[in-house]
Design a protein around this ligand. Structure first.
Ligand SMILES: Cc1ncc(COP(=O)(O)O)c(C=O)c1O
Length: 409
């Protein structure tokens, strides 16, 4: 007798893949992904589970990632469940689910649940950390000229209040080796440096910062090492303890493809002893007297996004993003009139590739691409364009983008 699994598998092989996902009967999102016979089929199915229309090429996950149907359905269902009995649900079944999300985040970044705070985004997380820092006049915070405003705003506020100095170093663009990046950061550390804040995956270039090596220098000096992880979870594997960071803040609504207004902070035990924001003064919990009421449906949706990513596997995702990015990079290198600013060596690379236009305006090019349903991010400071190669982007999508771009530059 044919089992259900064999039946479905035969169905997929014989053309179910050609149907829109919503028209495939009796298959859960999870079942579909599990039944993919090859990597190519898996990522085609992933693509079909998004709301992004199939004729749209979405290359801007770095700004906001598209949530899959599994996540939006889960949020909608939980919102309805909440509204049927708000207080009971919020501090009952659904509320408990939020605590489960803290655990899932902890597993994702190899931390302990007690050290995780759920936030609304990276900016909020980094602001909580910054506002708790206690620095003396003239002490230094080291960061780079390539940071995102969301990471800088909290540091600037705190530095202005306490008379601390922010020093910004220039990371080579493109960076050619890990050693070159480490050397640039380490060379700027002085006896006054008390905090180092760097992006794990850089928002402009996609550069993956070698935190492990940098922590080996900062830790013995008692320097607080903070990672802006906005662009990392869902794109690369993360181990905060191996990285040696004191704090790590990220968003759930970019590469994790979670609901909008989700994020988290990891706070090492040793940092918790030194500084603590009002937000956690009543304890580390998704609901506490100091956090107040949370958006339980949205937070639960982040947990569903993590489960969905885990079905595919973070290593598999990381590999796929690099493969698509390598394809994009090699096709971009065929073009005249652009300069690549992302690193090319594997040890510094991620699924992001950026370039600068030698003539013409990035805004005009992006808007012309937009008219062809190809969505990219402009980099204002550099007259540049950033391409986010998440797993749902195919090589054919990249080829279509390259053809469109080559006609515009
Ligand atoms: C490196 C980095 N940090 C912080 C942010 C801000 O993220 P959010 O708006 O989710 O707080 C971004 C957004 O693009 C980013 O790339």
């Amino acid at each position: 007798m044919t089992s259900r699994r064999q039946f479905i598998k035969r169905g997929i092989a014989s053309g179910l893949l050609a149907l829109p996902f919503t028209e495939i009967p009796a298959l859960s999102y999870e079942e579909q992904l599990k039944l993919a016979a090859s990597d190519e089929e898996l990522f085609e199915l992933v693509r079909k589970q998004l709301h992004v229309p199939l004729d749209r090429i979405y290359l801007n996950t770095g700004s906001l990632g598209p949530s899959p149907i599994a996540v939006t359905d889960a949020v909608a269902n939980r919102m309805k469940q909440l509204e049927m009995n708000p207080a009971i649900e919020n501090w009952g079944e659904l509320g408990n689910e939020m605590e489960g999300v803290r655990e899932k985040v902890a597993v994702l970044i190899r931390a302990n649940k007690e050290d995780i705070v759920l936030t609304r985004n990276t900016t909020e997380g980094l602001s909580l950390i910054s506002q708790s820092l206690k620095l003396k006049k003239g002490e230094e915070i080291l960061t780079t000229t390539h940071e995102h405003g969301g990471g800088e705003v909290g540091l600037e506020y705190m530095a202005a209040k306490q008379g601390a100095v922010i020093k910004k170093i220039q990371i080579p663009t493109p960076a050619n080796s890990k050693e070159e990046v480490i050397e640039t950061v380490v060379a700027s550390i002085t006896s006054k440096t008390k905090v180092v804040m760097l992006s794990h995956v850089n928002t402009l270039t996609g550069l993956r910062m070698p935190f492990e090596e940098i922590a080996k220098i900062t830790k013995p000096k008692g320097i607080i090492l903070i990672a802006d992880g906005a662009q990392a979870p869902g794109l690369i594997d993360i181990d905060v303890k191996a990285m040696g960071v004191d704090a790590y803040a990220a968003s759930g609504h970019k590469w994790m493809m979670g609901p909008k207004e989700t994020g988290f902070v990891y706070w090492s035990k040793s940092l918790q002893e030194k500084i603590s924001p009002v937000f956690t003064s009543s304890g580390f919990s998704s609901y506490s007297a100091s956090s107040g009421t949370r958006n339980v449906a949205v937070i639960a949706g982040l947990g569903v996004a993590i489960d969905w990513l885990n079905l595919i596997g973070i290593h598999q995702i990381e590999k796929r993003c690099l493969e698509i990015r390598n394809h994009c990079l090699s096709r971009l290198k065929e073009l005249k009139g652009i300069t690549i600013i992302s690193p090319e060596v594997d040890s510094l690379s991620t699924g992001i590739v950026s370039f600068v236009l030698e003539k013409g305006e990035n805004k005009t090019v992006a808007s012309e691409l937009g008219k062809q349903n190809i969505i990219v991010k402009v980099l204002p400071k550099y007259n540049g364009i950033r391409i986010s190669c998440h797993m749902f982007v195919s090589k054919a999508d990249i080829d279509q983008f390259i053809n469109a771009l080559s006609a515009l530059i």
